[in-house]
Design a protein around this ligand. Structure first.
Ligand SMILES: Nc1ncnc2c1ncn2[C@@H]1O[C@H](COP(=O)(O)OP(=O)(O)OP(=O)(O)O)[C@@H](O)[C@H]1O
Ligand SMILES: [Mg+2]
Length: 502
């Protein structure tokens, strides 16, 4: 093996805060090198330096032994470095083909030899066993397919080093397997991959070497097999994390929500619900298993009053809902941890403190005259308590929410929703993108809520999470409930089959 990339003493400072500090690292040709670290450890920052989006405050980068300065993403492309970002950067309104050739440096002016390009892309896709439909719009294809398009785009531009920043966070298990096959093929051709993931099972499976970042520093690089998951986790968070185990619960008889023959856009197999009948009891976690995009979003939206069903009825705490209005639902005790925390959960240019009291600014606790005059002191001291209780890692509660790392943003939402004293808690993908410690924390909180008598509906694309957390499991496929299973010794194979409609 030969060294492809070496970085020496790289630091990146934002104001007086070091996101990366004195990092050294080498990437060999033909290796899969994983970066592991808690939320906010500095992984994406370091990758953004390699791709030319950020300039390091200090330090040097060498490519094949020669020092390089990477001043822009297009320069990174020229150097053979490609990246698939944590949040995809495809243009929705364009086709797959147009996205791949976008910004192609060989395209002169407006004239692109489309047929030749097509042929090249088709050959490349064939080589890696990618099944992509070049003429579909980005909005028409699945997340897994979008990801293949991103990878294809990077390869088409000649990437020798491919950076994958949490590529598996939104993929199904089968799609992850497909991605891993592609990674192995690239590796066999001598290409190098930097892989980022919070899922220990994946990291142990795919990595040749693993580098652990903690609080912006490299705390060690290990060879495959040198440490097990527990060992890696300990190195990553700097303390022992015990094994988790959650007891399953029998709920008491009260229901907090009953859906009775509910339909919404029932002919739309991916964005609708078809004759859904289900109950959520006080003191239970009902897990919805299923591949994303089989009606989960609509289920959560109906239960939180965002959309109204076209057929059927919903009762909350035994009273039938007449008006579907999110504010009314909040007042009657429904809390919601939404699937997209950036779009629905938080106001990113408001402070942590203001986000924490967002839905309660009209209460006497936080204002005079129903929101007319805010009690700033009360808000501050409440926010400080919450930051402590929920371990929200920040410099100040007056900091904008957007400057927090992903995991810490999620804790802000969770604190706000849990502390509203709900009867029904609707939670979508609560641990997506969270590190091990934050994941544990969020799960503990859900169980604590259940034990206080809250009815929890858990939607998650992470099958392990559904199995571990749920007292009862319902499978959703193309808008229909395909089966109901007890959370104690659930029939895993049967549930997996039901998830694909079999
Ligand atoms: N543009 C910025 N301005 C100020 N602080 C920033 C900026 N970008 C990142 N940070 C801070 O740098 C730290 C590292 O962030 P980074 O996004 O690299 O973490 P990460 O390891 O990728 O985390 P995650 O697993 O949540 O994606 C965080 O504390 C973050 O708040
Ligand atoms: Mg990141």
């Amino acid at each position: 093996m030969s060294e492809l990339l070496r970085i020496e003493h790289i630091s990146k400072r934002f104001g007086d805060f070091y996101a990366n500090r004195d990092i050294g690292l080498t990437i060999e040709s033909g290796e899969i090198h994983t970066l592991l670290g808690e939320n906010g450890a500095g992984k994406s920052t370091l990758m953004n330096i390699l791709i030319g989006l950020y300039q390091p405050t200090e330090g040097k980068i060498f490519l094949r032994g020669k020092e390089v300065r990477i001043e822009s993403p297009s320069q990174a492309v020229n150097l053979g470095i490609g990246m698939v970002h944590q949040h995809f950067m495809l243009v929705d309104a364009m086709t797959v083909f147009e996205n791949i050739i976008l910004g192609d440096r060989r395209a002169k002016g407006l004239f692109v030899d489309r047929d030749a390009r097509r042929k090249e892309i088709e050959d490349l896709a064939g080589r890696y066993g990618f099944n992509v439909q070049l003429d579909r719009l980005i909005t028409e294809i699945s997340v897994g397919e979008q990801q293949r398009v991103e990878i294809l785009k990077a390869l088409y531009r000649g990437a020798e080093l491919l950076i994958l920043d949490e590529p598996t966070a939104a993929l199904t298990d089968i799609e992850v397997e497909g991605l891993f096959e592609v990674m192995e093929k690239l590796k066999a051709e001598g290409k190098s991959i930097i892989f980022i993931s919070h899922k220990m099972r994946e990291v142990l499976h795919i990595s040749d070497r693993i580098t652990i970042l903690r609080a912006g520093e490299n705390v060690g690089t290990v060879e495959r097999g040198e440490l097990d998951g527990q060992g890696l986790a300990n190195l990553m968070i700097g303390r022992e994390l015990s094994e988790s185990h959650y007891e399953k619960h029998e709920p008491d008889g009260r229901t907090v929500a009953v859906m009775d023959h509910i339909s919404y856009h029932k002919d739309s197999k991916h964005n609708g619900l078809n004759d859904v009948t289900m109950k959520i009891h006080a003191g239970e976690i009902v897990g919805i298993a299923g591949v994303d995009g089989n009606g989960q979003t609509q289920l959560a939206q109906i239960l939180t009053g965002v959309i109204a069903p076209e057929e059927g009825s919903l009762s909350l705490k035994d009273s039938r809902v007449s008006a579907f209005d999110p504010l009314e639902f909040i007042r009657s005790g429904t809390a919601h941890v939404p699937e997209d925390r950036n779009l629905q959960g938080l106001v990113s240019d408001m402070s942590i403190a203001d986000n924490l009291v967002l839905k309660r600014t009209e209460t006497e606790q936080f204002s005079r005259g129903h929101g007319l005059l805010l009690k700033r002191k009360a808000i501050s001291s409440y926010a400080a308590d919450m930051a402590e209780k929920y371990d929200i890692r920040c410099r100040s509660i007056e900091q904008d929410v957007r400057s927090l790392s992903g995991g810490n943003q999620q804790k802000v939402i969770l604190a706000r929703e849990m502390e509203s004293g709900p009867d029904l808690l609707v939670v979508a993908h609560p641990t997506r993108g969270l590190d091990i410690g934050a994941t544990r924390f969020v799960r503990d909180q859900m169980v604590a809520a259940r034990d206080r008598g809250v009815g929890v509906l858990l939607i998650s694309a992470d099958f392990d999470e559904i199995l571990e957390m749920s007292d009862r499991i319902l499978v959703l496929f193309e808008g229909q409930i395909m089966g109901e299973y007890s959370g104690k010794n659930p029939p895993i194979d049967e549930i997996s089959m039901a998830m694909t409609g079999k």
